[in-house]
Write a protein that binds this ligand. Structure first.
Ligand SMILES: [Zn+2]
Length: 256
């Protein structure tokens, strides 16, 4: 039980995002926020953990831009939505020369030792592969990409620089780019032979080849391949005409 004299300090504050006590969030003039080391931070220290409700892309896009900017993508079609108002743990900026990386989908760790006063940053390409992450970068590092986009995770120089520092779903996407391939003649024959028996199963096997994702679910495959909301929804609900079109396209072009 609290027994100190400062009653005001006893107020419990619930936050969804954790920030290490070795750091603090500060306002940066003219209008912005950042998090800074207040003691030396050793390599591997957990810096922050992002928390909040998980929403899919369609729901995510209904929230204000400011709130979305404090959110993090954790899977192809899942986002941890930032809280309604800013918290210390959701004030970590992007840098093209970051000192933190993703330990898993929601945790940041120090990539190396961090000195007192240094700003804590990570590269949004480590976690986000959506176009809501697009802005002119002001990190002013030698590595600065200028414009940061939701496609930056594809850049080969980042793959070697951030080894083991990508969110797991981003790493799966990177690995998939190396194994994805068009269907062989035989794959296309299998697709058409099996399509009449079980259309979804036949298409799923084909899409796993073309995406390079051998374990992906139907929903993940559709989310990966179709950004058009209407088309994606028709395929998710197994609309017969849309399935037929997809099978025809894969049979003719062997890829998407
Ligand atoms: Zn930059």
């Amino acid at each position: 039980m609290y027994s100190g004299g400062h009653a005001g300090r006893d107020r419990r504050v619930d936050v969804r995002n954790y920030l290490s006590p070795l750091a603090e969030a500060r306002e940066i003039a003219p209008k912005g926020f950042g998090s800074f080391a207040v003691t030396p931070i050793p390599m591997g220290t957990i810096i922050a953990t992002f928390g909040g409700i998980v929403v899919n892309r369609v729901n995510f896009e209904t929230y204000p831009l400011e709130q979305r900017s404090r959110s993090i993508q954790i899977d192809v079609n899942q986002f941890v939505l930032g809280p309604e108002s800013r918290e210390p743990g959701d004030s970590i900026n992007h840098s093209c020369l970051p000192n933190c990386g993703m330990r898993n989908a929601t945790q940041l760790i120090a990539m190396g030792p961090i000195a007192v006063g240094e700003e804590l940053t990570y590269d949004y390409a480590m976690s986000d592969t959506s176009n809501y992450v697009e802005f002119e970068c002001a990190c002013r590092s030698d590595n600065c990409r200028g414009r940061v986009s939701g496609n930056d995770w594809k850049l080969p120089e980042l793959h070697s620089r951030y080894h083991n520092m990508f969110s797991p779903y981003v790493q799966r996407k990177i690995d998939a780019t190396r194994t994805a391939r068009p269907l062989s003649k035989r794959d296309a024959e299998n697709l058409m032979n099996n399509y009449d028996i079980n259309p979804q199963q036949a298409l799923m096997l084909a899409l796993r080849i073309t995406t390079g994702m051998p374990n992906a679910s139907w929903n993940t495959l559709i989310d990966l391949c179709f950004t058009d909301k209407q088309q994606s929804e028709l395929l998710q609900t197994l609309d017969q005409q849309s399935l037929d079109q997809l099978a025809q396209q894969l049979n003719e072009r062997r890829t998407l």
